[in-house]
Design a protein around this ligand. Structure first.
Ligand code: PEP
Ligand code: MG
Length: 324
């Protein structure tokens, strides 16, 4: 399938009358990195760091993590990599962590909540990232931030670790970007200072959609019930775009839906300028974006809203059919 899109690998995802949409890839293993070249991704928009914690029977050591993160950065070369700090709990349980008996793990003790309550692991991971950067730019993103205070506390930890590493004589990153994943509806209504303080925001659509519709992303009975192109959801996403525009906060979308061509075009039409997806999706998404007139799609969404339909999918399918 990659071959089919080889001819557009090196060209940007420029829509018919502009703008250009930046396409990044999601990764989680060293083995994913060769896909940067073969897919034509601009960088890694989401590097999930759970796997290295999940495959061991004890907490990995800082030196091991630093070495791995350094290899990821080496392999990416000039292309940026956004490292997401440990996102465990819910569906991802560490073998060496005492299982928590939680009635609703998806709403439970997970991701940054664990990080802020068990600071040792978070700090160790941040130190490993700083050492891995070793004078190169570093980009870190915190998962599952539900309110401003969680972001500012996590950010504080990173700034503290930078000071500590400097005092210990380690080389600091050339630059540092600290971002948040927006995966709970609450964060879309956070105070303005959250949007000002975050260097970037990435919508974790898998979780955000699960919480927006209150429909378990793992539950086959409800998983497909709510359409991503549902106008309530698109309207909500558009609100996030507006808030980020007000503070000029770079925004991207990194859930699975970013890798679905129709969804990707709709996200671009409501204002997303950066998407991160599995490498194999970059070709098909770019192919459709390059044939898309976003103005047209924006009008189509607006008309659908006016007519009161639930989802814009049928209209988008028709639009796609007309593209030929
Ligand atoms: C998401 O929730 O959309 C996301 C990218 O993170 P994960 O799928 O790892 O929860
Ligand atoms: Mg998530």
């Amino acid at each position: 399938a990659q071959e089919r899109y080889a001819s557009i690998r090196r060209v940007p995802a420029t829509t018919v009358y502009g703008p250009t949409i930046a396409l990044h890839m999601n990764a989680g293993l060293m083995a994913d990195l060769p896909s940067l070249k073969s897919s034509g991704a601009e960088g890694v928009g989401l590097f999930r760091t759970e796997l290295q914690f999940l495959v061991r029977n004890k907490v990995p050591r800082r030196a091991e993590l630093a070495a791995l993160y350094a290899r990821v950065m080496d392999a990416a070369g000039e292309r940026p990599v956004v490292f997401r700090t440990l996102d465990i709990g819910s569906d991802k349980v560490l073998p060496y962590m005492k299982p928590q008996d939680e009635p609703n793990p998806a709403l439970g003790w997970r991701a940054i909540r664990v990080g802020l309550d068990r600071k040792g692991v978070l700090r160790m991971q941040l130190q490993a990232l700083i050492r891995a950067a070793n004078g190169r730019p570093l980009s870190v993103m915190f998962p599952f931030i539900a309110q401003y205070e969680e972001f500012s506390e996590a950010r504080r930890h990173l700034l503290d670790q930078l000071e500590r590493e400097e005092a210990m004589g380690h080389v600091l990153p050339e630059s540092i970007e600290i971002g948040a994943m927006l995966e709970t509806p609450s964060l879309a209504f956070a105070p303005r200072r959250f949007f000002e303080e975050a260097d970037f925001i990435s919508v974790g659509g898998n979780d955000l959609k699960q919480f927006f519709f209150a429909a378990d992303r793992e539950n086959e009975l409800v998983r497909r019930r709510y359409d991503t192109l549902n106008l309530s959801f698109l309207t909500f996403l558009e609100g996030i775009v507006r808030r980020c525009e007000e503070t000029r906060t770079p925004l991207s979308f990194c859930g699975e839906d970013a890798g679905r061509p129709l969804e990707a075009v709709c996200f671009a039409a409501i204002g997303f300028r950066s998407l991160s997806m599995r490498p194999a999706s970059i070709g098909p998404v770019k192919h459709l974006l390059r044939r898309s007139n976003l103005e047209e799609v924006r009008d189509l969404i607006q008309d659908a809203r006016q007519s009161g339909v639930q989802s814009v999918r049928a209209d988008m399918m028709e639009w796609l059919g007309d593209l030929g």
